[in-house]
Design a protein around this ligand. Structure first.
Ligand code: ADP
Ligand code: ASP
Ligand code: MG
Length: 416
C-alpha cells in the first residue's frame, strides 16, 4: 500500500466523460489498496474565460478579486469528480484550498505556498478510506484569510505541495502527453519522451518555456524530494498493468540518472520582448540607473547585452523582459532618461527565446558554438545570447522559432 497524489490538468477534465475517465484512474489506484489525494485543474478553457471576464469588467482590476473569480474553475471540477467517484462507490470528499488550508503569501495571482496542512486528509485516509479531491491552483493568504491563486499552471504546484505535506510516495502528474519530451511534441514531431529528468534540468526546461510543469512545482519537488512522475491521462485505466511500469517521465535527483546526455532538451518561449537603449552614456552607475527602476517595478530582466562603445562615450544596452511587462518597462525607462542620458529606446515584440538545456554541458565545451553555426546556415540571425552552467539561450526573430527548434533538435541528435 502506498500513498499517492494524482493530478489531472485541464484537458484531462474537459467534460463529464473525461472526468469519468479520471475517476476510473482514481478507482484503479484505490482498488490496488492505495491512499489517494487527487488534485484537479479547471476544465480546459475555463480559466482563460474567467481571466477574460475580469479584463472585460475592468482593464485594471484588484488582484484579490481576480483571484476570487479565477479560483472558481477548480471548485467546479473538484465537486464534479467527487460526485462521479461517489457514484462509482468510491468514498470521496472535495476540498477547496481555504478548507485544508493551503496557506500562501499575499502575492495575489502569483502566490507562493507557505504551508499545507494535510493532517485531516491523512486522518480520513485511515478512518474512512476516503479519497481527497482537491481543487488545484487555490490557496489562502495566511493573514487576511482571502483566496489566492498560484499563477497559471499552478495546479502542478498544488499537487507537489500536497504530496510533500502528506509524505506521498509519488506525485503523478497526468496530462495530455506521455511525459516530458526532448522538446514540445506539438512543435517537434520527432521529440522523444525522456525516461528521467533531473530536477535542475526540469527547472530550466520549465522556466525557459516547457509548460508541461509549472516552475514552482519543480522547485518544491526538489526542496522536499518529491518524486514527480509525468504521464498520460488518455491511457485507458483498464489497460494499465497495476504491477507494470507505465510510460512516463520521472523527475528525480541527478544521482538517479545513469546515462547522462550532453543535451537533454530544447525549450522555447515567444513571450519575450526586446528593449534596446541606444547611445547610453558609458560611465559608472548607468546600469544601476537602468535596471534599478525595473527591479523596483517587479519586472524580470533576462538576457542583457551591452555593446563595447565605439566612440568611448556612449554604448547600447539590450535586454529582454516578459512580453506582458513590455509597456510598463518602457514607461519606467522613459522616467530615467534624465539620469541615464540615452538617445532613444527601440523595442521589439516579435522575438523568441530558444534554449538548449543539459547537465552534461558542465563537462563539455563547444556545445553552444555548434548551434551558432547551424542557425547561421539556415539564415537565422541571433540577437542576443546568454549562457549558464547547464543551458544557453538565443534570442531570435519569432518567425524562425519552429525552424530553429527543429534544427537544434536534430543537431544535438535528439531526433533518434
Ligand atoms: P495540463 O492541462 O495537463 O496542465 P499543460 O497544457 O499545462 O497540461 O502542459 C502540457 C503541454 O505542455 C503539452 O500538451 C505540450 O504541448 C506542452 N509541452 C511543452 N514542452 C513540453 C515538453 N518538453 N514535454 C512535454 N510537453 C511539453
Ligand atoms: N486552471 C489554472 C490554469 O489554467 C491552473 C492549472 O491548470 O494548473 O492556469
Ligand atoms: Mg499545466
Amino acid at each position: 500500500m502506498a500513498r499517492l497524489v494524482m493530478k489531472f490538468g485541464g484537458t484531462s477534465v474537459a467534460d463529464i466523460e473525461r472526468i469519468r475517465n479520471v475517476a476510473r484512474h482514481v478507482k484503479r489506484e484505490v482498488d490496488a489498496g492505495h491512499e489517494v489525494a487527487v488534485v484537479v485543474s479547471a476544465m480546459a478553457g475555463a480559466t482563460d474565460r474567467l481571466v477574460s471576464w475580469c479584463r472585460e469588467a475592468a482593464a485594471l482590476h484588484d488582484a484579490r478579486e481576480y483571484d476570487a473569480v479565477v479560483s472558481s474553475g477548480e471548485q467546479v471540477t473538484a465537486g464534479l469528480l467527487a460526485i462521479v467517484l461517489e457514484g462509482m462507490g468510491v468514498n470521496a470528499r472535495s476540498w477547496q484550498g481555504w478548507q485544508l488550508p493551503i496557506l500562501t503569501s499575499n502575492a495575489h495571482a502569483a502566490a507562493r505556498v507557505l504551508d499545507v496542512n494535510g493532517a485531516e486528509l491523512v486522518k480520513r485516509f485511515k478512518e474512512r478510506h476516503e479519497v481527497a479531491v482537491l481543487a488545484g491552483f487555490q490557496g489562502m493568504h495566511k493573514e487576511t484569510g482571502r483566496i489566492t491563486t498560484l499563477g497559471r499552471g499552478g495546479s502542478d504546484t498544488s499537487a507537489v505541495a500536497i504530496a510533500a505535506a502528506i509524505a506521498a510516495e509519488r506525485c503523478d502528474i497526468y496530462t495530455d502527453v506521455e511525459g516530458v519530451y526532448t522538446s514540445d511534441p506539438r512543435v517537434v514531431p520527432r521529440a522523444q519522451r525522456l525516461e528521467r529528468v533531473a530536477y535542475e534540468e526540469m527547472l530550466e526546461l520549465a522556466s525557459l518555456g516547457a509548460k508541461v510543469l509549472q516552475v514552482r512545482s519543480v522547485e518544491l519537488g526538489m526542496v522536499h524530494n518529491v518524486r514527480i512522475f509525468v504521464r498520460s491521462s488518455f491511457e485507458k485505466p483498464e489497460d494499465i498493468d497495476p504491477h507494470g511500469t507505465p510510460p512516463g517521465t520521472l523527475i528525480c535527483g541527478e544521482e538517479e540518472i545513469v546515462e547522462q546526455q550532453v543535451v537533454t532538451g530544447i525549450a522555447f518561449s515567444k513571450d519575450e520582448a526586446q528593449i534596446s537603449i541606444r547611445r547610453v552614456q558609458d560611465k559608472p552607475g548607468v546600469a544601476a540607473a537602468i535596471f534599478g527602476p525595473l527591479a523596483e517595478a517587479n519586472i524580470n530582466v533576462d538576457m542583457i547585452v551591452q555593446n563595447v562603445s565605439g566612440d568611448g562615450a556612449t554604448t547600447d544596452v539590450t535586454f529582454t523582459v516578459p512580453a506582458s511587462d513590455y509597456e510598463r518597462a518602457t514607461e519606467a525607462l522613459i522616467k530615467t532618461k534624465g539620469q541615464v542620458g540615452y538617445e532613444r529606446i527601440d523595442g521589439a515584440n516579435d522575438v523568441a527565446k530558444v534554449s538548449v538545456i543539459g547537465i552534461g554541458m558542465r563537462s563539455h565545451a563547444g556545445v553552444a558554438a555548434k548551434a551558432f553555426r547551424a542557425l547561421a546556415e539556415k539564415g537565422i540571425n541571433i540577437r542576443a545570447i546568454t549562457t549558464s552552467e547547464i543551458k544557453f539561450s538565443l534570442l531570435i526573430d519569432a518567425n524562425y522559432t519552429e525552424l530553429a527548434v527543429r534544427t537544434l533538435h536534430s543537431l544535438y541528435e535528439l531526433d533518434k
